[in-house]
Design a protein around this ligand. Structure first.
Ligand code: ADP
Ligand code: MG
Length: 331
């Protein structure tokens, strides 16, 4: 079998609107068993891409291959979608008056009742929702409902799970747990997962590969750590890491001489708070408490940057510190 479960080839889908919309000329492959995160600001084409992969949209150009076979569009078959893929959207599409067990079991055939029960129970255990078996969906929290939706999607023979903004309904604590769950379930079941999110934290944490979308185009693809450290666009650095972006003249004011004196971009953690031949004096304008670290707002020659202070309280507002921008990118 081919290593790639999905191949997207020159996919283009424009909606019938005045403005540019949809997605343009997107190509990439997805390896079997990988977790892919598609990250981009709202309106960048993430949902359009996901729906096109699943066969819910009639695309203008290009194609999606699933195990080498073209995925049919909604105009080419009676029931739109692909039987080996499942999509979970923000609304979960659960029967809210039915019990958890019945929601999940309802998608399995009645021909073998014993296997139906076994599969349902096993999937509930996988997602740690077996204790909710007899609860109605209306009695569950958002995060619990989401687990039921994922269990329902995975209980049939699903090879690809498509998740559209899966963490948007849940609080930060539960988010961490759900991310870890998805990673574990993917490892345990071998299912390939495509997660779409505008929140980069979702992708960085769990993905094997990160796909960056902007204005309907795929602008970068790679391993999360690589993309983070080698962003090809300012947008990517801002989206992934809350980067500091300085106009060329401000970069020069800080003594940053790059190859072509362009826009300077760096992450706050690339700023080293230490003395040395290449350090410069900054004034601490403000200190933001961030939990286990602090973010410092530093100013020099009228230019403001941000840095990370791990030793909380070491430098305070109005202090002067020695800092060196150890690494920066130029655009
Ligand atoms: P995302 O999921 O990243 O927020 P979408 O794929 O939903 O982005 O949308 C991409 C672009 O296509 C946006 O500009 C959006 O307004 C437009 N769009 C999405 N769906 C439709 C539609 N049904 N009709 C017209 N324009 C659409
Ligand atoms: Mg969307």
């Amino acid at each position: 079998m081919d290593e790639n479960i999905i191949s997207v080839r020159q996919l283009t889908k424009q909606y019938q609107t005045e403005q540019a919309s949809g997605i343009r000329n997107i190509s990439f492959d997805i390896k079997r068993g990988d977790i892919i995160a598609v990250i981009g600001e709202s309106g960048s084409g993430k949902s359009t891409l996901l729906k096109s992969i699943f066969g819910l949209l009639k695309v203008d150009e290009g194609e999606v291959l699933f195990n080498g076979k073209r995925v049919l569009g909604p105009h080419e078959q009676l029931i739109p979608g692909h039987k080996e893929m499942k999509i979970v959207t923000q609304d979960f599409s659960l029967n809210i008056y039915a019990k958890v067990y019945d929601n999940i079991a309802s998608v399995l055939s009645n021909r073998d009742v014993k296997s139906k029960e076994e599969k349902t129970v096993k999937m509930m255990q996988h997602l740690h929702i077996d204790h909710l078996r007899n609860k109605k969906i209306t009695e569950l929290s958002g995060g619990e409902q989401q687990r039921v939706a994922i269990a329902k999607a995975l209980v049939t023979d699903t090879s690809v799970l498509l998740l559209d903004e899966p963490f948007s309904q849940v609080d930060a604590l539960l988010k961490n747990q759900l991310r870890a769950d998805i990673k574990r379930i993917a490892a345990e079941t071998g299912v390939t997962v495509i997660i779409v999110s505008h929140d980069p934290a979702d992708g960085l944490f769990l993905a094997d590969e990160l796909l960056l979308m902007k204005d309907g185009q795929l602008i970068q693809k790679g391993q999360p750590a690589y993309v983070y450290n080698h962003p090809e666009h300012i947008y990517t650095a801002q989206l992934l890491g809350n980067a500091v972006v300085l106009k060329p003249e401000d970069g020069l004011k800080l003594g940053l001489h790059g190859k072509h004196e362009g826009t300077v971009v760096f992450y706050p953690e690339w700023v080293e708070l230490k003395g040395g031949w290449n350090s410069k004096r900054y004034e601490v304008k403000d200190v933001y408490y961030k939990g286990f670290y602090e973010e410092l707002l530093l100013e020099r020659n009228g230019v403001t940057i941000r840095a990370i202070q791990l030793n909380r309280g070491e430098h305070k507002k109005n202090d002067h510190v020695q800092a060196n921008i150890g690494r920066f990118l130029e655009f």
